[in-house]
Design a protein around this ligand. Structure first.
Ligand code: PLP
Length: 627
């Protein structure tokens, strides 16, 4: 039984093996060959890598690039579509150099290119995408330097297309093109009428942040004509939002975009490319539905809808089939990386033992609560109502100074005992009562995990994005505790509030009770798109150590760690905040020396304290597991 939904969101890359460990099959051409996660963790331990860490499966990146490109190729051939697919990877989704290099390498046979949305991203793609047959698409708001850089790209024979997001960019580009005497390749981004749904739906509609209205597009054409540059207009672009969950919206957008392409072509605009942006979704919750965290279509269906819709409209309108460009980022990167970390403790409302035995002269509230403890025969609703009322009265009484602190502690302990008892006694009927059914959530423990949600799962905190979480051991053992995951930041928002459990989303998740002296590790999956790079340093928790894994072709299931990228040290994050850590170490040393001089710290001990401070500066920002 797939409690954590691994087989559903795993997309063939992740499954649970017979030994109860997560298996990773990173190569889509060899789905039967699995890497045992436990072996990966063991090797990381042997290398002295501390938690939390990011694990990247480079073969998954390569697989996703191949799947997307080959699906387009095959569908284009099958549909007798006359254009080609020439995709680009938008580096904002994950700008890590190793990720970009891997994608370009895997994409070379398909002339797969890059997309940039800002000046620094453009500088990166300028250096990395030097395939003259691949596209470089330039989105985002632009200044003179950005546009001049694009003209430099043209001088270097790159197919660098400047997508005009607002009219003034076109005017600036014309001026610079004349100044440098370079012909640009121009794309026009259209504000789309289709209204998409989901967390990123504001990317389309009249009030979208980017793109030209229909009137502005027509004006842009006139403007290009006046400047004798209409032949530079090569591409029509649209993007209606990321993580599109409903295939019907995608189809609607493609029909709108294809119709616009056709009409522009008929007006004499020599467009060669139709760029459908990003949006191809990921089934994070494994439900294959239109929830915000899922998609109700396959990649094959997505591609077929695009190819066949564009073909049909172009044939009807009697215009050539354009080359198809897409800017999929999420689907290329999401599966390839995960965060692994250790649980460092448990916060439990029921876990404290306290002697509740009666005492002479105790307050009647204590006696009343004890009677409820010993009344399992009561109807659960009635018992719960009474317990809740006593708890409220207890609080009032404590504020008035009527109850002692020991009486408070007894009442609190008994209250949670009663709730535990009620929860265990619920049957199908009584579970229908929302208040009683919710008791389970209130009794759930919090497992403290050694990571920061702000650094490693920014969208989970910001927009409630769901990411699958699974314990990485004991998966063939029945879980015996319900808990939620809290991070180690000093922030009450540092919690995960949504989990996959069977076919639904729960507020907490079944896990295993922690054992003394046994490390309990969890994995947060599908973090490769956006989460890997969008995190911040709240509480000064820095970037994680990264482990890059490649599978071995010769031996089934074999892998090797190709690279370890150390995470940020405390020193590094402090320096990013303008601290001078040499100065800090000197100040602390000076204070220690003063205590030594005054005879309060023995000299040898003083040296140890100085070393300790310096070692911590060079060390991890996360909780150290003493490796
Ligand atoms: N292209 C543009 C213009 C975008 O704004 C985005 C992200 O929202 C993308 C591509 C990538 O989209 P996705 O990650 O959904 O593939």
């Amino acid at each position: 039984e797939d409690l954590y939904g691994v087989n559903r969101w795993g997309a063939g890359y992740f499954s649970i093996g017979e030994n109860g460990n997560i298996q990773v099959s990173p190569n889509h051409r060899k789905p039967e060959v699995g890497i045992d996660m436990a072996e990966v963790l063991a090797e990381m331990k042997a290398e002295g890598i501390q938690f939390p860490a990011v694990i990247r499966f480079h073969d998954i990146l390569r697989s996703q690039v191949e799947i997307l490109n080959e699906t387009f190729r095959d569908t284009i051939a099958e549909a007798e579509y006359e254009g080609q697919y020439i995709g680009v990877y938008p580096i904002k989704v994950n700008q890590m150099r190793e990720v970009v290099e891997e994608i370009l390498d895997a994409g070379e046979p398909y002339n797969y290119g890059l997309e940039a949305g800002s000046k620094p991203e453009l500088m990166a793609v300028m250096a990395y995408n030097d395939n003259p047959d691949a596209l470089t698409i330039l989105n985002g708001y632009k200044d003179e330097d950005y546009l001049t850089m694009a003209l430099l790209g043209r001088q270097l024979q790159r197919k660098m297309i400047v997508v005009i997001e607002k009219f003034s960019e076109l005017e600036m580009l014309m001026r610079l093109a004349k100044k440098y005497n370079v012909e640009p390749m121009i794309g026009l981004r259209s504000k789309m009428m289709v209204k998409s749904t989901g967390k990123w739906s504001s990317s389309s509609g009249d009030r979208a942040k980017f793109g030209l209205s229909i009137a502005e597009i027509v004006n842009a054409i006139d403007y290009l004509k006046q400047h004798d540059m209409l032949h530079c207009a090569k591409l029509l672009h649209f993007h209606i939002g990321s993580q599109l969950s409903d295939i019907r919206k995608i189809k609607e957008a493609v029909i709108e975009g294809a119709r616009l392409y056709a009409k522009l072509h008929q007006m004499g605009v020599p467009l060669e490319y139709l760029d459908i942006g990003g949006g191809l979704g990921i089934d994070y919750d494994g439900s294959s539905s239109t929830t915000d965290s899922s998609r109700n279509y396959s990649t094959e269906e997505y591609v077929a809808d695009i190819v066949y819709s564009v073909k049909q409209i172009c044939d009807l309108e009697k215009v050539p089939h354009p080359n198809l460009v897409s800017e999929s980022g999420r689907v290329i990167t999401a599966h390839h990386s995960m965060v692994v970390t250790n649980v460092v403790g448990e916060v439990s409302v029921t876990g404290t033992e306290f002697d509740i035995s009666p005492e002479d002269g105790e307050h009647v509230l204590v006696t009343n609560m004890r009677e409820l403890v010993n009344a399992p025969e009561m109807h659960p609703q009635e018992r719960y109502n009474d317990a809740a009322a006593y708890k409220q009265s207890t609080y009032e009484a404590f504020k008035l100074g009527i109850l002692t602190i020991v009486e408070m502690a007894k009442i609190d302990t008994m209250y949670w005992q009663i709730l535990t008892d009620i929860e265990q006694s619920l049957d199908e009927d009584t579970r229908q009562i929302q208040e009683l059914d919710d008791i389970g959530n209130r009794l759930a423990s919090q497992y403290l995990a050694n990571f920061s949600i702000f650094q490693s799962a920014a969208d989970t905190w910001a927009i409630g994005q769901l990411l699958p979480i699974v314990p990485l051991q004991r998966l063939n053992e029945e879980p015996n505790i319900r808990c939620s995951i809290a991070d180690i930041t000093c922030d009450s928002d540092g919690k995960i509030g949504k989990y996959i459990e069977h076919n639904q989303i729960s507020e907490n998740i079944p896990m295993h009770r922690l054992k003394k002296d046994e490390e309990y590790t969890i994995g947060m999956f599908l973090t490769g798109a956006y989460q890997d790079v969008m995190g911040d340093m709240h509480n000064l928790f820095g970037r994680l150590t990264e482990v890059h894994i490649f599978s071995h072709d010769e031996e089934p299931g074999a892998f090797y760690i190709e690279e370890i990228v150390p995470g940020h040290s405390a020193e590094k994050v402090l320096e990013a905040m303008q601290y001078n850590t040499d100065y800090m170490a000197k100040v602390v040393k000076k204070s220690i020396d003063r205590e030594i001089r005054q005879g309060k710290i023995p000299p040898r001990e003083g040296v140890r304290w100085t070393d300790f401070y310096e070692r911590c500066l060079a060390g991890t920002t996360y909780l150290s597991s003493g490796n």
